[in-house]
Write a protein of this length. Structure first.
Length: 279
């Protein structure tokens, strides 16, 4: 799953202006109509310029301080930031992972999750706001500048036994703390060879800056090289099928999963395997 917002900015045809018949009205409004046309042209031009703006340019504008990204595995210490990011990135509450699921997944199999962070020095970021700033962890406890590591995007996953994700894979055992790491018929399956990608979330304030692309590519490479699984699978809504196909995912078809009301599509990416070491 991923949270992206899109829209068709193509301009709509404006009906041709019809001149009123002679003596039909005392005031000539053609100047007003010309003004409306000029404003429409300006709006269309602004939208075209925005569409041509590169992700790098958007990223530069999004940060009033040097942007230093850091991609690393998530841990349970990132739990609160993941919850905040998930809530912001998914407008539909039914499509969000619950706080309990994050706690379970980041405790049980944190090696399958990845986060994109940036270092923020509070004195350099006055007036800058993002959903995960308040929950960010210190970079180092004794740093004099009080720098914190802020989560901007995350991927959170478990493993499953099938090749596509089911509702059981989306769930978690409610008594997992008592299980001592033992697998049940729901949630993470340690012996599974499929990574079940549950959440790809990017801060809404940074969508369109290329962070999701950067994180997905890094994730697929790291998981492939780890040898932990044969594939990564996910479910997404139909408007995101083409987005994941750009990374090499195959559209398997409509999913049987009914999580969040259903309507999902199965996507799978097969790993080529870790690079072979020459003799």
């Amino acid at each position: 799953m991923a949270s992206t917002q899109g829209g068709d900015d193509a301009p709509q045809d404006k009906p041709a202006t019809q001149l009123p018949p002679a003596n039909d009205q005392a005031v000539d409004e053609s100047d007003d109509e010309d003004g409306e046309f000029v404003e429409l042209q300006k709006t269309m031009s602004q939208k075209r310029r925005a569409a041509k703006e590169s992700p790098e340019s958007r990223l530069h504008k999004a940060f009033p301080f040097p942007y230093s990204p850091n991609i690393r595995p998530l841990t349970i210490s990132d739990y609160k930031s993941c919850v905040e990011l998930e809530n912001a990135a998914f407008p539909n509450p039914e499509h969000r992972a619950s706080p309990e699921k994050f706690e379970y997944r980041l405790t049980t199999c944190p090696e399958l999750s990845l986060g994109l962070f940036c270092t923020v020095v509070p004195d350099q970021a006055k007036g800058w706001e993002i959903e995960t700033l308040a929950t960010a962890n210190p970079v180092e406890t004794d740093r004099s500048n009080k720098a914190v590591s802020v989560l901007l995007a995350h991927i959170v996953s478990t493993k499953c036994r099938g090749e596509v994700i089911t509702d059981s894979d989306m769930d978690y055992p409610k008594d997992w703390r008592k299980l001592g790491g033992k697998s049940t018929n729901v949630g993470h399956q340690e012996s599974g060879r499929t990574i079940a990608l549950h959440s790809l979330a990017v801060s809404p304030k940074l969508q369109g800056c290329g962070l999701g692309i950067t994180l997905v590519k890094a994730y697929l490479q790291q998981m492939n090289n780890s040898g932990l699984a044969d594939r990564v699978s996910l479910i997404c809504q139909d408007y995101l099928v083409s987005y994941y196909e750009r990374f090499g995912f195959t559209h398997v078809g409509k999913s049987k999963a009914q999580f969040g009301g259903g309507g999902w599509h199965d996507m799978t990416f097969k790993f080529s395997g870790p690079p072979k070491t020459p003799f």
